[in-house]
Design a protein around this ligand. Sequence first.
Ligand code: ZN
Length: 490
Amino acid sequence: MLQENNTRKVGGVSSGKGRALYINREKRKKRKKLISKIIAWSVLIAMVALILFGITKAFKFITGLFKDDFEFSYAVCENWPEHDTLSEVKKDYAIGIQYPIINDKTDKVIKKDIEKMLKSFKDEIKQFECGKKENRAVYTTNYSIVKNSDIYISLLYTVHRYNPAREIDDTQYIAKIYDIAAGKEVSAEEIFDEGYTSVVSNYVVNALESDGKYVAETATKLFTENTKAEFENFSNIGFTDKSMTVYFSAGDIFPTDMGALTLSIPMSKIYQNMKININGYTAPLYDADKPMIALTFDDGPRTSTTSRILDVLESVGGRATFFILGERVAAEKEMIIRGDQLGCEYGNHSWSHMNLSTATEEEILEQLNKTDDALFSVIGKKSALIRAPYAATNEIVFKAAGRPFIGWAVDTMDWDTRNAEAIKNEILSSADDGDIILLHDIYGDTAAAVETAIPALVEQGFQLVTVSELMEARDVTLTSGKVYYSARKK
Ligand code: ZN
């Protein structure tokens, strides 16, 4: 600063000297103007640039803020909606884990599992050199729960892995069984004995080798190694009342692009290997390897005839299925309770034997629902099976019923002949292993016929089972809106 001031002083002294000096002064003035102009423009340009830069920077910052505020899409678990989430959003990855809230004890264990899961996801993403912000890796985890008893629950996490930098876009399963009374996880080794591994391995291998979609991939090392009879291959499992599900994540036993896979195994195949009865499964009353027949009786109950049929069933240790009319339930409570105690099954045959195929949807629902409620009020159970009066069905009936329909392989014509001898002969000559036989428990002749036919069937080696037992024994999964006539051995 000091130096500058001195220069000006010198300049001031020079300026007072003659024309040459005046010209110099004009030039200098012009130059000064030019310099100021340049400076002014530069400042202006710089300012505009700064403003523009600032705006883009601010814009980027704001959009960046929105980008990091990542929105996870979780599915809601309808039968266990109470939940919490653990999430971590970074510029190159987003992990969101939704998990259930059970009770204090169990929640502690679940929280630990969830933290472990978060860490393993982060490690995996790191190891896979995850994407940049534009193609950020996203892991989202939803859960579903089946309450198996007051003590045990089956919990399944479905993980969707998306990592564009590594071309990963797949589904992984993490299944856990918890003892929610004690607040601890129960492992497959604790649930099953050693025999379990070969039973489940055989079942899985056979099922997939006979499935056209998978058979070509069952010769690979990946498949044979990971379906070997070892606990670690079959520990990702969950239970329902009637079955156990084995979960395979994408890449577990088949190439990743074939996706994840679940396989359901009937309890009847594995209950003998159970050390802990997770789902309160009761051992079947039949031998699945021996011949069996499902007798079905419609239009009852009627004490005078139904009681005779129950007597003879009880005397041979057999069971049957009764497709009852709702309007008869109130007067026949005792019969219904007795049949239930003998292990018989009740199906829904409408309230008043209405032809459902000519009824409106409201009428169909009323006929079926009133019957369900009547039965429920007596034995605390609803019918799982429907038999339409006159076998008259259509799409509206199927949709309204929302359950499987049961037909028959043998019609004894008891409703037509009303002749005990003829009915008995028809049963004994037509009945085959796996058949469903149509009878009516409202005729004396039908009762008389089965009083001799039932002991004769048992003598021939047939077991008398309910329709549901027959289907379970023959691995038939009943689907709503479908009609079933028999379940012969495959
Ligand atoms: Zn009927």
